[in-house]
Unconditional design. Structure first.
Length: 631
């Protein structure tokens, strides 16, 4: 028997399921000749997040032989929704097709028991191998190479590349992208935003004026100045004086941003995901696993370490980093700090006496004593598969995958993420009540606000600042009235500077050649926005023209001009004397929904118009750009 050939036929995908990242549903029958890797996942799961880089490496390395398919079999009820899965695909930057296995039909067909589980299927549709858990790159890399060699010899391998219609190409570029956490400092009136999918930290005033951007936007792990340093999907932050500590989640590191010197240095973590848990160490010699949030107290930095299901502590004087609470088992078990069991802690705060944390996978709010001889206790919530949306006391209260938490004036404010709500938890009485949100996902300000998977909260000056993650916005709630507004960012051009570099555009369009007559003429530039959208008032949209060719220039004889805050259609005079040339129109556009002006998007496009000058040509030239409607 050839160990690189399967013997059991892989169950086919049922018809009628919803697919993402592909133009049409896929079938294993149509994929014969390809090696198929099935990834059973659910988007709440930190272990599922950990193998995504491995899957991406495999699909890029074997792009002509391998097809990776994500089978999303939801744990939480919110994860059954296809639109929520689409947002997760965008947030995790997944490039392969995904099928919504909301009722776990495919899960049962393959007899899966845990997330993640990966199956390898050979080019004849037979299962070669399956494996649960993390660390999939090395074993599957070697196995895929062997399967390729086996089926290549028999002429059964199809190397024709497949193109999929990824969701990313239909998603507009928002000014903030999936902001994960926020941190306020009332004394300096500063707001720190983890602009997670732009891989940077944004510093603003409490009223939204952009002051500073930390990070170049690139992902490679690098220290340096604010302009040079890089993050990989940063999350929680802690501030002490002018030291901003950042949980650099996907670099598996803790970074220090010196706000005075404008530098970023790594103070904990190697930049690589820890392969062993419960291994303490010092500074950059110790490997971490998905640090998700931070809180500072008395010279110590406490870390919600989502990957190993623990809280860790870093002594900022000695650099020692070690587990503080949690055994590493993914459960909800109260007890002495190191004997207790946690489940993907994703938010952390303190009242100076205890640590409070959002234990997301058990949908609970829990406490850990600051006394190292203390205990972990559950305040509200119950267990791994017990969740919902119910106000109540202690184990009768129900949350759904909470990610954000902040202590203020005797109350814990909770980002009840999958319920699209903000809740109040009173630690003394263990009472949990809804504060903001109806449970419906959406975007609405006022006295009956809507949110979309909020992930972070912070308090300053009587206001609750909320990272409204899937809405790509920061929301502000009055703690007394409960009225919510959307923070309007001022100085957006400081943010778009790190979203693109000079002469690098998200889209380049080569237009059909136009023939114009010599003499004076007019270039008309028209813009068509999607229905319900408009250019953002006060934002620095501009059109930059560059004329190339000896016989072509602007009327004033120049070859360059920039029109700021343009009103379309634009009319710009030119002078043509003969020959050929081209016009480059660089459009930098800030636009928003007419009904939600604070939700801003950015589009930069270069339109290139080749020009021929002839006596029988048109008297004018025209450029038109249609901004496509995107999800």
């Amino acid at each position: 028997m050839n160990q690189y050939k399967g013997t059991i036929t892989a169950p086919e995908f049922p018809e009628g399921m919803e697919w993402l990242n592909t133009k049409s549903p896929l079938s294993l029958r149509d994929l014969r000749g390809k090696i198929v890797l099935l990834d059973f996942w659910t988007y709440c799961c930190i272990n599922c997040m950990h193998i995504l880089p491995d899957l991406k490496r495999l699909e890029h390395k074997y792009r002509n032989e391998l097809v990776v398919i994500g089978v999303h079999s939801a744990k939480f009820s919110a994860e059954q929704d296809t639109e929520n899965i689409r947002q997760a695909i965008l947030r995790y930057e997944i490039e392969h097709p995904v099928v919504n296995d909301r009722d776990m039909v495919i899960w049962r067909k393959y007899n899966v028991r845990s997330w993640p589980t990966v199956f390898l299927i050979d080019p004849t549709g037979k299962i070669v191998y399956s494996r649960p858990g993390e660390g999939v790159y090395e074993p599957f890399d070697e196995l895929i190479a062997r399967v390729i060699g086996t089926f290549d010899q028999e002429g059964l391998l199809n190397r024709k590349p497949l193109e999929f219609n990824v969701e990313r190409k239909r998603a507009a570029e928002s000014i903030l992208s999936f902001p994960g956490k926020v941190l306020t400092d009332e004394k300096s009136r500063r707001l720190f935003i983890a602009d997670s999918n732009h891989n940077r930290i944004v510093i603003a005033s409490l009223d939204g004026e952009i002051k500073e951007v930390i990070g170049s936007g690139a992902i490679p792990f690098r220290d340096g100045s604010f302009e040079e340093a890089t993050f990989n999907h940063p999350q929680g932050m802690a501030l002490h004086g002018e030291s901003l500590y950042v949980a650099d989640a996907e670099n598996h590191a803790v970074r220090l941003a010196n706000l005075e010197k404008r530098t970023v240095t790594t103070i904990a973590g190697t930049g690589e995901h820890a392969r062993q848990f419960n291994v303490a160490g010092f500074g950059t010699n110790v490997a971490l696993s998905s640090p998700w949030d931070l809180v500072y107290h008395d010279g110590q930095l406490y870390i919600a370490m989502a990957g190993p299901h623990q809280l860790w502590k870093m002594n900022l004087e000695t650099g020692e980093v070690a587990p503080y609470a949690g055994s590493g088992r993914e459960l909800r078990v109260d007890g002495p700090l190191r004997q207790a069991a946690l489940a993907q802690p994703s938010g952390i705060t303190t009242d100076g006496k205890k640590l409070y944390f959002a234990d997301s996978e058990v949908s609970s709010i829990r406490s850990a004593d600051l006394d190292p001889d203390g205990r972990v206790e559950t305040i509200v919530g119950l267990d791994l598969f017990v969740f919902g949306d119910e106000d109540g006391v202690g184990p009768k209260a129900r949350l759904q995958h909470p990610l954000g938490i902040v202590y203020h004036d005797g109350i814990l404010y909770i980002a009840d993420t999958y319920n699209n709500k903000i809740k109040r938890v009173y630690p003394d009485t263990k009472r949990c009540v809804t504060f903001l949100g109806t449970g419906e996902e959406g975007l609405r300000d006022g006295d009956s606000p809507l949110f979309y998977e909020p992930g972070g909260v912070s308090v300053a000056a009587g206001k609750l600042y909320i990272a409204d993650t899937n809405n790509h916005l920061i929301r502000v709630a009055d703690l007394k009235t409960g009225s919510v507004s959307t923070l309007k960012l001022q100085g957006m051009e400081k943010l778009t500077e790190t979203m693109r570099r000079e002469d690098v555009f998200s889209e380049k369009v080569l237009l059909s050649r136009q023939t114009i007559a010599p003499g004076d003429g007019t270039l008309r530039i028209a813009l068509e926005l999607p229905r319900g959208y408009k250019l953002t008032p006060g934002a620095p949209s501009n059109v930059s023209l560059q004329i190339e060719g000896e016989g072509l220039s602007l009327k004033d004889g120049k070859s360059l001009t920039t029109i700021r805050n343009p009103e379309f259609p634009l009319s710009i005079g030119y002078r043509a004397t003969g020959g050929e040339g081209q016009i480059k129109a660089n459009l930098s556009l800030y636009y928003c929904k007419a009904a939600a002006e604070s939700l801003c998007y950015f589009k930069d496009v270069q339109m290139i118009l080749p020009i021929t000058m002839s006596s029988n040509g048109a008297s004018n030239a025209e450029i038109k750009y249609v901004l496509p409607a995107k999800r």
